[in-house]
Design a protein around this ligand. Structure first.
Ligand SMILES: Cc1cc2nc3c(=O)[nH]c(=O)nc-3n(C[C@H](O)[C@H](O)[C@H](O)COP(=O)(O)OP(=O)(O)OC[C@H]3O[C@@H](n4cnc5c(N)ncnc54)[C@H](O)[C@@H]3O)c2cc1C
Length: 376
């Protein structure tokens, strides 16, 4: 049966679901975004594992201009002094059609918005009130417009406002006492790294990830640094924590820097309304230490889309059970990496490095730890 769907939030999750519905179903939908435009800021890189590329290819990602993306062949792990520890071959998870991909977030959003922009996206929309009417949900927006729909999808990020209208139990995201500092490097760094791969440098209470985002040799740098408080005006002193460990990184942090506080969701809670679903960070926000936040946004959109297409009656339970299972796998690994990448004791660092060298060569370990993430 044809359904009317309101998707709240035009981030990666909401836009992916919109594309899937538009291209492969008869459902009618509208995407409501609170901002007045889509954020297309450059300089924000994103890694997409084959699990998400496989889904994006179903909506035409394989036709994207290949100059705008990159397919790194592996990850090189270093200590903070740039001494190589070991490397992971990412091509082992690839197939001919689906390859591990890095790109700017703006490139992904541009691609996702193309088919949706004119007819299916409304800006400046924030929910003011919701009510149930004849088995449907009436959404009133604060600009005094409204929509009567069969299904509401909350895709409005980790601080989901949609949840506050439908759920009694709050699920406040927790500040993880860490910040992310990002920059785009347009010239060669002083580090001895392979710029065709992802480089991950692990230091005391911090780690740095550097990877190409296109064929233009632009490198995305993201540094996750432990900080008790989020003080965005104090970037210099935040970055000082890294520079004291390796002054060679000065050139990297001399670029235009952006800083974000890191949050993650404490509990994974179901929707209590059979007509309301949460996808992406609104379902669960992960730490970025497995680079799976966007990937999980895409996966959750695909899982929900398949259930909507299936015409089954009670899809809420199936959606939650499957999503919970996936989210637990990703969360466990992201949280573990967050600890292991940041050991401050040199003894623990040495033990970690020793085990990494051994384990990364073991097929059974790589399969249990990562293959399950990339769903191969
Ligand atoms: C430092 C860092 C690095 C990361 N790196 C990676 C990576 O390499 N790979 C990866 O896969 N993921 C990465 N992520 C995670 C990834 O960016 C997010 O998980 C993903 O963007 C979440 O998408 P989303 O659509 O669920 O939410 P969002 O991107 O937050 O989008 C939500 C949208 O909803 C809108 N909105 C909010 N409130 C309302 C409202 N009340 N009404 C209407 N609209 C609303 C917002 O304006 C926004 O457009 C990283 C995250 C961080 C912090």
């Amino acid at each position: 049966m044809k359904k009317k769907i309101a998707i709240i939030g035009a981030g990666i999750a909401g836009l992916t679901l919109a594309n899937l519905i538009k291209q492969n179903s008869e459902h009618v939908f509208m995407l409501y975004e609170k901002q007045e435009s889509l954020s297309l800021e450059e300089g924000y890189g994103i890694q997409l594992g084959v699990n998400s590329i496989k889904i994006l290819n179903k909506i035409g990602f394989n036709k994207i201009n290949i100059e705008k993306i990159f397919n790194p062949k592996g990850v090189d792990f270093y200590d903070i002094q740039n001494k190589k520890i070991c490397d992971l071959d990412l091509t082992q998870f690839n197939t001919e059609e689906n390859k591990y991909t890095t790109l700017q977030r703006s490139t992904l959003i541009e691609f996702l918005k193309d088919d949706i922009y004119t007819q299916h996206l409304r800006f400046g929309k924030k929910i003011k009130e919701v009510s149930e009417l004849k088995g449907k949900i009436l959404i009133k927006f604060d600009d005094n417009t409204n929509d009567l729909v069969d299904i509401v999808v909350g895709a409005d990020g980790i601080f989901s406002n949609t949840r506050s209208f439908f759920e009694k139990k709050k699920n406040e995201p927790k500040f993880k006492k860490a910040v992310a500092v990002r920059a785009i490097l347009k010239s060669k760094s002083e580090l001895d790294i392979d710029e065709q791969k992802i480089s991950l440098l692990m230091g005391k209470n911090c780690h740095i990830v550097i990877y190409p985002v296109n064929k233009n040799k632009e490198l995305n740098v993201v540094s996750i640094i432990r900080q008790k408080k989020y003080e965005p005006d104090n970037i210099k002193s935040i970055v000082e924590n890294v520079l004291t460990q390796n002054p060679k990184m000065e050139k990297i942090f001399a670029n235009d820097l952006k800083v974000w506080p890191l949050y993650s969701t404490t509990e994974i809670l179901p929707s209590t309304n059979s007509k309301v679903f949460y996808i992406g960070d609104a379902f669960n926000g992960f730490l970025p230490t497995l680079a799976q936040g966007a990937g999980q946004s895409i996966e959750s959109a695909y899982e929900l889309f398949n259930l909507l297409r299936s015409q089954k009656n009670d899809i809420q339970k199936s959606y939650y059970q499957e999503r919970l299972k996936r989210a637990k796998i990703i969360r466990k690994r992201s949280n573990f990496n967050f600890i292991a990448f940041h050991f401050s004791s040199s003894i623990l660092q040495a033990i970690r490095n020793f085990f990494m060298k051994i384990l990364i060569k073991r097929k059974s370990f790589v399969s249990a730890y990562l293959k399950i993430v990339y769903k191969n």
